[in-house]
Design a protein around this ligand. Structure first.
Ligand code: AMP
Ligand code: MG
Length: 328
């Protein structure tokens, strides 16, 4: 079985093609970026609409397939930005009708976890999912991916993008902050905000903005201090989750998983606890269509069927609302 998966929850429009063994045959994506400022939802939507056709063609070329070879269409039904989500949903409905093949809408966050498990061979991890909009500590228990800890305000990726904006970088700011941080040496104290296994970033964000505006410190030192503070928060909360839930694997995934310092901190923590640690391969940790396609195969194989009338997007669809019937 071949599934074509469509990702359009936010900045990225992606088309992936995956077979039922989890082999990724194509993974084409285009990310809406800016020189200055954050994501503009209408501009991101236009970006997706304009590139949709080309990305489908490129994915088929990459996989050496024809559209008629595809057996199943999957798309990210939520969570995300309503407008961008709809571009993927419309594409999925159109392809499904045109080819007369089934379609399944899947949860974007759950797809991140499943592709991560498939590629790292972890079986039952505590997942730290760090992306632009989402930051959650997730583990499987009783037919759901339960959220054991999460951000109380913004996602860590969005936080880093905003801090980048204060410092004058374009979108995405995360990689730019990482580069600046490598040159920083002096730690400037910032608010450290953990509540149980939850955490928040808006207080740190305000403080960093004030410090940038004060011009008392270099952006390098501020970027360094920002990373040290928020990644320590994430590592501490993940450690607490591992200790309480009693699992012995940790998976790091989402766009921010590309960050070397975060990886280093988690690696150290896991080593000290004797827990296995894996990072989802970079090509599959950010937003892309292959994870959506793989999730489509998993859920279709477990019996999921949807009518077009059931494919309305849900911008607020939570990870723990998905009934998991594919894990035995
Ligand atoms: P996603 O929404 O999963 O595609 O992740 C996108 C987010 O990852 C954006 O907020 C980026 O700033 C962030 N990101 C990407 N690369 C890095 C990096 N090397 N360090 C920190 N954040 C990053
Ligand atoms: Mg994501």
């Amino acid at each position: 079985m071949l599934c074509l998966g469509i990702e359009s929850t936010a900045h990225t429009f992606g088309i992936g093609i995956v077979n039922d063994k989890g082999k990724v045959l194509a993974n084409q994506r285009s990310m809406y970026t800016t020189e200055k400022g954050g994501i503009h939802p209408i501009k991101a939507t236009n970006h997706h609409i304009l590139l949709c056709d080309e990305l489908i063609k490129n994915a088929l070329t990459e996989a050496k397939l024809k559209l008629s070879d595809i057996d199943l269409i999957a798309f990210a039904q939520g969570p995300g930005l309503g407008q961008t989500l709809r571009t993927g949903a419309v594409t999925a409905r159109t392809l499904s009708k045109l080819l007369n093949i089934p379609l399944v809408g899947v949860n974007h966050c759950v797809a991140h976890i499943e592709i991560g498990k498939q590629k790292t061979k972890l079986e039952d991890p505590v997942t730290l999912y760090v992306s632009g909009a989402n930051t959650q500590i997730i583990a499987y228990a009783g037919n759901r991916y339960r959220v054991f800890g999460e951000t109380l305000d913004i996602g860590v990726g969005k936080f880093l993008d905003t801090v980048g904006r204060f410092m004058g970088t374009g979108f995405p700011g995360g990689p730019a902050i990482e580069k600046l941080a490598e040159k920083g040496k002096n730690y400037i104290e910032l608010p450290y905000s953990i509540k149980g296994m939850d955490f928040s970033f808006s207080g740190v964000q305000t403080k960093v903005r004030q410090l940038v505006e004060s011009k008392k410190h270099s952006n390098k030192d501020l970027a360094f201090s920002t990373q040290e503070t928020v990644f320590a928060m994430l590592t501490e909360a993940t450690e607490r989750a591992v200790a309480h839930i009693g699992k012995n694997e940790v998976l790091l995934t989402g766009g921010v998983a590309a960050n070397k310092r975060l990886t280093q901190m988690l690696e150290k923590m896991c080593k000290a606890r004797g827990v296995k640690f894996e990072v989802c391969p970079r090509a599959l940790s950010g937003d892309q269509g292959a994870m959506i396609a793989w999730q489509g195969i998993i859920e279709y194989s477990a019996g999921k069927r949807q009518k077009i009338s059931e494919t309305k997007v849900d911008g607020k669809w939570r990870t723990d609302q998905v009934e998991v019937n594919w894990i035995k």
